[in-house]
Write a protein that binds this ligand. Structure first.
Ligand SMILES: Nc1ncnc2c1ncn2[C@@H]1O[C@H](COP(=O)(O)OP(=O)(O)OP(=O)(O)O)[C@@H](O)[C@H]1O
Ligand SMILES: [Mg+2]
Length: 254
């Protein structure tokens, strides 16, 4: 197809082709990503990529089918990712200390970080999607949904049992902290409600406690959760909750 020259009027058919090409270019599947997906299909990890469940600035999340059910495929965008911010969240993390500095490497390291963090969540018994595989900027994990329909976020569907949901979530925050991890972007947007239980997602930015801002992130996570639940009728004191989270013993929260 002819390259568009400045202000040159294209014949109708070419104009249509040009627009379609632009649409395709802005879609998530560039050639490299297509190759990665085709490898996952060859390896029979997934059978097909079905449809986008969410599209964002940093990543797009697709439902995929397997022989027996569904998986979620998260594809990080290289061009629009805020890789400077990503680097900030990898500070002091020995898992990524000798990382190279270009955009691609940062996004690939981030994808790996989300995979590893999901593995830690699984190890600690925290409700989150089980990690399945990753390569470069593509992460495959358990699909959180029922009969092929993805579950909604806490923000979208709320909870009928706010007290119990908050208790579970704070339990997760404490367990993570006890194992030297802080989610660092915990909010009603990153919690899916699955069969009445909260599941934590979007764990790429979770940091180890040796991150210089780990304690600040913990405070922000707790504050965000308490604010949401306060608006839904459950009030807890931030200071007390933080004290309870930081206490490495098994004290019950009242
Ligand atoms: N494992 C999953 N199962 C079902 N739906 C999912 C899953 N992971 C993500 N989703 C859907 O995709 C949406 C976006 O996911 P997520 O929060 O991980 O990405 P994001 O916010 O775009 O990430 P980023 O922080 O990179 O912008 C979620 O709100 C949810 O609707
Ligand atoms: Mg999110």
């Amino acid at each position: 197809m002819a390259r568009r020259l400045w202000k040159r009027k294209l014949p109708a058919r070419e104009e249509k082709q040009y627009k379609e090409k632009r649409k395709l270019e802005s879609a998530v599947f560039d050639v490299k990503t297509l190759q990665l997906l085709s490898n996952f299909i060859k390896k029979k990890i997934v059978k097909s990529i079905d449809y986008p469940m969410a599209t964002g600035k940093e990543a797009d999340v697709f439902r995929a089918s397997t022989e027996t059910g569904y998986l979620a495929v998260k594809i990080y965008r290289i061009e629009t990712s805020n890789f400077l911010k990503m680097q900030d969240y990898m500070l002091g993390d020995p898992r990524f200390s000798n990382m190279k500095k270009n955009k691609w490497d940062v996004v690939f390291a981030w994808t790996k970080k989300e995979f590893r963090n999901l593995s830690l969540f699984e190890e600690f018994g925290i409700n989150a999607p089980r990690p399945i595989a990753f390569k470069k900027n593509v992460l495959i994990m358990d699909f959180i949904g029922e009969e092929g329909v993805p579950d909604s976020t806490l923000k979208q569907m709320g909870t009928e049992t706010p007290e119990k949901t908050l208790e579970s979530l704070l339990g997760f925050v404490k367990k993570l902290y006890k194992n030297s991890l802080v989610h660092a972007d915990l909010s009603e947007y990153n919690i899916l409600m699955h069969m009445g239980e909260p599941y934590i997602i979007d764990v790429g930015q979770a940091v180890l406690l040796n991150h210089p801002k780990a304690e600040e992130f913990l405070e922000r996570d707790v504050r965000t959760l308490l604010k949401y639940f306060k608006n839904h009728g459950v009030t807890k004191d931030e200071g007390e909750v933080l004290k309870w989270v930081r206490d490495r013993g098994e004290v019950t929260l009242t």
